[in-house]
Design a protein around this ligand. Structure first.
Ligand SMILES: [Ca+2]
Length: 178
């Protein structure tokens, strides 16, 4: 629960930043609806002395947003990020791989910037995932089509150096096959 509270505080903080300069009563609607399934890849390198270099690792993001809600809830985005561990070699101190599906939450800013954060901990370790990027509504229909930016993934365990990756990601709306 502590982590959910942290995420909520971050949401409030990023929203207050986003709204500086808005006169009261004229809150703009979200720039687009992020609800959907997005597929793509991420690339980057680990923070080890001899870094692992990752290229084209599959990434899937599912997002939900209620654009019909009142402000500021209409700007809140929740979802899951699925990480493929076959791309990377986890350190030996990780006995059990962390969940490959990570719950994230964030806020959509009026300039199209979307930051997603997770704060998932088990009794053994914590996984911190942040995605910060810009979304584009390519066909101007009010829905997000592509989302790309910076990625950071860190696994924390007391007493050892954190292990993680930093890099870039890019995903696009999954097109339904009839
Ligand atoms: Ca669109």
């Amino acid at each position: 629960m502590v982590h959910r509270r942290t995420v909520a505080l971050l949401l409030v903080a990023s929203l207050s930043l986003a709204l500086t300069g808005c006169p009261p009563g004229t809150f703009p609607p979200p720039p687009y609806d992020t609800t959907g399934t997005y597929v793509g890849t991420w690339r980057g390198k680990s923070n080890e002395d001899d870094p692992q270099r990752i290229k084209d690792c599959p990434l899937q993001i599912e997002l939900t947003q209620n654009i019909g809600a009142n402000f500021p809830e209409d700007h809140f985005v929740t979802g899951t990020v699925t990480i493929d561990y076959s791309c990377m070699e986890l350190p030996e101190w990780i006995d059990t791989p962390p969940p490959s599906v990570v719950e994230v939450a964030g806020a959509l800013q009026d300039n199209g910037t979307l930051t997603l954060i997770s704060g998932g901990c088990t009794t053994a370790l914590c996984v911190v995932l942040t995605l910060g990027g810009t979304g584009v509504d390519q066909d101007d229909d009010g829905t997000l089509d592509a989302y790309a930016g910076a990625w950071a993934y860190t696994i924390l365990l007391a007493g050892v150096e954190p292990f993680g990756f930093t890099g870039k990601f890019a995903v696009a709306l999954e097109t339904e096959t009839p």
